[in-house]
Design a protein around this ligand. Structure first.
Ligand SMILES: *Cc1c(COP(=O)(O)O)cnc(C)c1O
Length: 395
């Protein structure tokens, strides 16, 4: 891998120079006023990105997976029923985690490449007359398949069924890159990590918690200690932390929030859409299809490109890394080998995306796939030329 090249994996993402510098800080005493001064401003900043005014934000020195664990262990009790759909590696792993915690998972399945089925959620909730289901789990952006699920539609399904379950959402590969509305969508726990949309090293689980989830916390009996919301909520307002905080990452988060604010959150979403659309045009020009079944499901942060029958997508990823020093994502779980993924989130421009498309073409041609060099690049160039945003032109 060459450090000169951007990565095209869907997380961890490229860390901008500005954020590497921001993290490069000497040790400070986390029990001092200096810590409180960098810690306090992070909360309003993250709330803006989550689009929540009512919710609380909690930051754990951990990763997105711990965010899943915090979401369930702080709101549920052993034996509680939860409703979830398995349609990719990340939804699969969250379901597995629920089962390992002794939760009773009512599991729907959808093809890998489909989204979370709101109508089926609604039917399951309507059939649950006694309200045994305590939480509905949704993976907003299935990073394994490049599928965005319609969280608002799941909310509408829950409301139509007049069901009081909590809505727990994995937004690890969407928050900070794709439109996400915690309050408007009635999300009770929103989960992300520092190494995707926030462009930082891995090491922070970033969690938004609604008032309803906080109420559920009072009676939730799943064991928790390191990930207990209550210790954070008691100490954080005074600038305290229940254990040693990852101070350097928190410095980084402050700077990342500034970068997002400077670009403008809606502009960040628009940039991701534009990057993604260029990549999609390239994939179409190659004659390949995406794993995502229809355009309404297309992720703006990762594209999973289906490979021809009999061609191993993992070989392509290994070859691109070995020969060109460029990282793409392999297929995971049920789609291992069947596709490769182009991550296009975080710190990325159209010109960087073109380099990834060009590299994928070289690797595909090397391995004998019948694509014309430059075809995808040209399709993306055409799209990017025609859609330069005003801000970029002026800069
Ligand atoms: C990356 C990712 C995770 C896992 O997060 P970690 O930080 O690796 O623990 C969970 N869900 C989705 C959708 C992801 O993309």
């Amino acid at each position: 891998m060459s450090s000169q090249n951007p990565v095209f994996i869907p997380g961890p993402t490229n860390i901008p120079e500005r954020l590497r510098h921001a993290c490069n800080q000497p040790t400070i005493d986390h029990r001092s006023a200096s810590f409180a001064a960098i810690f306090a401003p992070l909360f309003p900043g993250v709330k803006k990105v989550l689009k929540t005014e009512k919710g609380e934000v909690i930051l754990f020195p951990a990763t997105g997976t711990a965010g899943w664990e915090a979401a369930i262990s702080n709101t549920l009790s052993p034996g509680d029923k939860v409703l979830a759909c398995r349609h990719g590696m990340f939804s699969h792993k969250w379901i597995d985690m629920c089962q390992r915690h002794g939760l009773d998972v009512h599991q729907l399945t959808a093809p890998w490449g489909a989204g979370a089925p709101a109508a089926e959620f609604q039917a399951a909730l309507e059939a649950d007359k006694g309200h045994a289901i305590k939480a509905v789990l949704v993976t907003h952006n299935e990073t394994a398949t490049g599928v965005r699920s319609d969280v608002a539609a799941v909310r509408r399904a829950m409301d139509a069924a007049k069901h009081p379950a909590l809505l727990l959402v994995d937004g690890v590969s969407s928050i900070g890159s794709m439109d996400f509305r915690m309050d408007e969508w009635g999300i009770d726990v929103a989960v992300t990590g520092s190494q995707k949309g926030f462009m930082l090293p891995a090491g922070l689980a970033i969690v938004g918690v609604s008032p309803k989830a906080l109420a559920a916390m009072e009676t939730a009996k799943l064991p928790r200690c390191f990930l207990d919301f209550r210790d954070m909520l008691t100490l954080n307002p005074k600038g305290g932390f229940p254990y040693t905080p990852p101070v350097q990452l928190l410095f980084g988060l402050g700077e990342s929030l500034k970068m997002i604010e400077e670009e403008g959150l809606e502009n960040v979403f628009a940039r991701h859409h534009r990057l993604a659309e260029g990549v999609r045009r390239a994939v179409a020009a190659w004659g390949f299809s995406l794993c995502a079944k229809s355009p309404d499901l297309y992720s703006e942060t990762v594209s999973a490109v289906m490979m021809p029958e009999g061609f191993d997508g993992t070989k392509l990823v290994v070859h691109a890394a070995d020969k060109y020093g460029v990282a793409f994502g392999v297929g995971l779980g049920d789609v291992a080998g069947k596709l490769f993924r182009i991550g296009h989130l975080g710190s990325l421009t159209d010109v960087m995306a073109l380099s990834g498309i060009a590299c994928a073409e070289m690797a595909m041609a090397d391995l004998g796939l019948s694509i014309r060099l430059g075809s995808g690049v040209a399709a993306a160039q055409d799209y990017y030329r025609g859609t330069v945003p005003a801000m970029q032109k002026a800069a």
